[in-house]
Design a protein around this ligand. Structure first.
Ligand SMILES: [Zn+2]
Length: 231
């Protein structure tokens, strides 16, 4: 009896959702397309991961960003090296920030970056540093290798261009912050880096930095896989 009531309630809820009697804001609705301007919610990661299998929808989401704020070029699937074919990729040249150099990224990685930058990174920069981030320094997104270069480990997210390693930030007012020098800083620089890490955790599947291990003492690894590793 109780089970029947439960299922009837579930069906009623389903019908109400479908008919639009109950409305879920689109950033909370797993089936609604991702919009860059929507606030980040726990459902955002789910949407980003799903776009891995839907290039058209992913490029369409990137396309909603004004051209002046995002310079991204779609790149056809190719294999830089035989054992690491790349699919659903773009080349990211600039966004609201410059990069020390352009990089290849899966389309969802580029999208996760843009959401992070808009909703977390730039607001944290303005709040804590009193200046916007002008340049992001990184040491690459693609490397055809296993995790930690170990022979028997699984493939790194870098083997599929699903992660970016960020080493530092330069601000419009000329300030410069690096992970290696400033992670343990007790002033604004350290506060900004920790806010950037925590903010990144909202759109990337995993974020690992200096608190995780010595291999990450000088960079944030911002990756698309999994749903919550954040250290
Ligand atoms: Zn990495």
């Amino acid at each position: 009896m109780r089970t029947t009531i439960f299922f009837l309630a579930l069906i009623a809820l389903g019908v109400a959702l479908q008919k639009g009697i109950i409305e879920i804001p689109r950033q909370w609705a797993p089936w609604a397309p991702l919009h860059i301007d929507d606030p980040i919610t726990p459902v955002t990661k789910l949407k980003l991961q799903r776009l891995n299998g839907d290039r058209q929808a992913c490029l369409a989401a990137l396309d909603t960003v004004p051209e002046a704020e995002l310079n991204v070029t779609p790149v056809a699937d190719y294999s830089p090296t035989e054992s690491c074919p790349l699919t659903n990729i773009v080349r990211m040249s600039s966004s609201s920030v410059r990069f020390n150099r352009s990089f290849v990224a899966t389309c969802p990685l580029a999208l996760a970056w843009v959401m992070f930058e808009r909703h977390e990174l730039q607001p944290a920069a303005a709040r804590i540093m009193g200046s916007r981030v002008a340049q992001v320094d990184h040491v690459g997104s693609f490397a055809c290798r296993n995790i930690y270069h170990r022979q028997n480990a699984r493939r790194s997210e870098h083997a599929t261009a699903e992660a970016l390693d960020v080493t530092g930030f330069r601000f419009e007012n000329g300030q410069r912050i690096t992970l290696i020098n400033d992670w343990n800083d007790e002033g604004e620089a350290g506060e900004f880096l920790r806010a950037a890490r925590d903010g990144a955790c909202k759109s990337f599947g995993n974020v690992i930095g200096p608190d995780y291990n010595a291999a990450h003492a000088d960079h944030f690894h911002l990756g698309m896989r999994s749903f919550g590793l954040c250290r």
